[in-house]
Design a protein around this ligand. Structure first.
Ligand code: SF4
Length: 314
C-alpha cells in the first residue's frame, strides 16, 4: 500500500490561479452565470434545497469519515456527524426539513455502509492540484480515498465521490461527466495509484417523512466508474477540455468587470435557466439594470470551495 504525500501544489494558495471543474462547468453552461459566480464572486443567500442537501451531506460525511480515520468507532463517528447536524439545525441557517432529510438519509446510509467497516480511510476532503502549465493549476477537493481491508480489491486504492442527486446517474451520464477522469488523473499524479473510482450516490427526491418507507436500493447506489473504460484517452480528453476552457476563463479574468460583462453571453435556454440561482439579476440586466445593483440584497460573497457544486446537486 502507498502512503502518498502531496507532490505538487501551488506554493502560495492565495496567489495561485486555480480553476476547478465547477468553474469550467459554469463557464461552459452559461458565461453570464459564470460571471455572477466567479467574476462578482456571488452566491444566493437562499440556496435551493437540493444544493443545501448536497452541501450538508458532504459536511456530515466528511465529519464521520474523518473521525473514523482518527480512530473513532463507527458508532462514535456517526454520533459526531449527528452532533454536527444538531449544531447546524440550532444555527437556523438551513431549513429544518433539509437538515432532517440529511439526518435520516445519513443514518440509513451508515446502517448499511461498508466503507466505514471494510476499508482503511486514507484521505477525507483533501485538496489536490495538477499543474496545467506555468500559469495555472487544476484544483479539486476529493471526498474520500480508501483501501479495502478484505475481498478481491484488498490493498488497492479506491476513489469515492459522494453525489446527492435527485435520481441515480445512468451509465451514459457517467461517461459524459468529465469530473471523474480529471479526479483520477489528478490523484494519480499526486502519487496514489487509484485502481477504481466510484460514485457514491444518495437519492434526494423523497421528503424526510417518506424515507423510512424506501428500501436501501431506492436510496443508495455505489457505481464504479469503470477505469478499464476510462482509458488514457478519456483522461487526456477531459483534461484537454479543462485546459482549453481554463485558458478562455483566464483571458476573461484579465478584463475589468464591465468588459467581462459585455463578453459574457447569457445562454437564455429554458432547460438551463430554470435551475439557475441568478434568474432575477439576469432578468434585471436585460432591462439594463447594472449587474452590481441587480446582485444587491439577495446575494452574498461566494463561500464554498471546489466540490460543493461540482455535481448536479452538490
Ligand atoms: S438565468 Fe439563464 S441566461 Fe441568465 S445567468 Fe442563469 S443560466 Fe445564464
Amino acid at each position: 500500500m502507498t502512503n502518498a504525500t502531496p507532490l505538487n501544489q501551488p506554493t502560495d494558495l492565495n496567489d495561485a490561479r486555480i480553476i476547478s471543474n465547477s468553474e469550467v462547468s459554469d463557464f461552459l453552461t452559461c458565461e453570464r452565470k459564470h460571471l455572477f459566480s466567479f467574476g462578482y464572486s456571488k452566491e444566493s443567500k437562499h440556496p435551493s434545497d437540493s444544493l443545501t442537501t448536497g452541501i450538508l451531506g458532504h459536511e456530515v460525511l466528511a465529519e464521520i469519515y474523518r473521525a473514523i480515520k482518527g480512530g473513532a468507532s463507527v458508532k462514535e463517528a456517526e454520533q459526531d456527524g449527528m452532533r454536527l447536524l444538531t449544531e447546524i439545525l440550532i444555527s437556523g441557517k438551513y431549513s429544518a426539513e433539509t437538515v432532517s432529510k440529511v439526518q435520516i438519509l445519513i443514518s440509513r446510509y451508515m446502517a448499511q455502509d461498508t466503507l466505514a467497516t471494510g476499508t482503511r480511510i486514507l484521505e477525507v476532503e483533501r485538496d489536490f492540484y495538477l499543474p496545467i502549465n506555468d500559469d495555472y493549476w487544476y484544483g479539486m477537493r476529493l471526498d474520500l480515498l480508501v483501501e479495502p481491508l478484505v475481498g478481491r480489491l484488498k490493498g488497492s486504492v479506491l476513489l469515492i465521490d459522494h453525489k446527492f442527486t435527485y435520481d441515480f446517474y445512468q451509465p451514459d451520464n457517467l461517461l459524459l461527466n468529465p469530473q471523474m477522469p480529471k479526479y483520477v488523473g489528478t490523484v494519480r499524479y499526486n502519487g496514489y495509484p487509484v485502481h477504481e473510482a466510484y460514485l457514491n450516490m444518495f437519492r434526494t427526491r423523497f421528503p424526510s417523512h417518506l424515507i423510512s418507507k424506501k428500501s436501501n436500493d431506492d436510496l443508495f447506489k455505489r457505481m464504479p466508474v469503470g477505469l478499464q473504460e476510462m482509458n488514457q484517452a478519456r483522461i487526456r480528453n477531459a483534461l484537454k477540455t479543462q485546459m482549453t476552457a481554463s485558458e478562455r476563463i483566464l483571458e476573461r479574468r484579465k478584463l475589468p468587470l464591465d468588459l467581462w460583462q459585455e463578453e459574457a453571453l447569457p445562454v437564455q435556454n429554458n432547460m438551463i435557466c430554470r435551475s439557475c440561482p441568478f434568474k432575477n439579476p439576469c432578468i434585471m440586466m436585460e432591462a439594463d439594470v447594472p449587474a452590481e445593483k441587480a446582485l444587491g440584497g439577495e446575494y452574498q460573497s461566494r463561500s464554498y470551495g471546489y466540490n460543493s457544486e461540482d455535481s448536479d446537486n452538490g
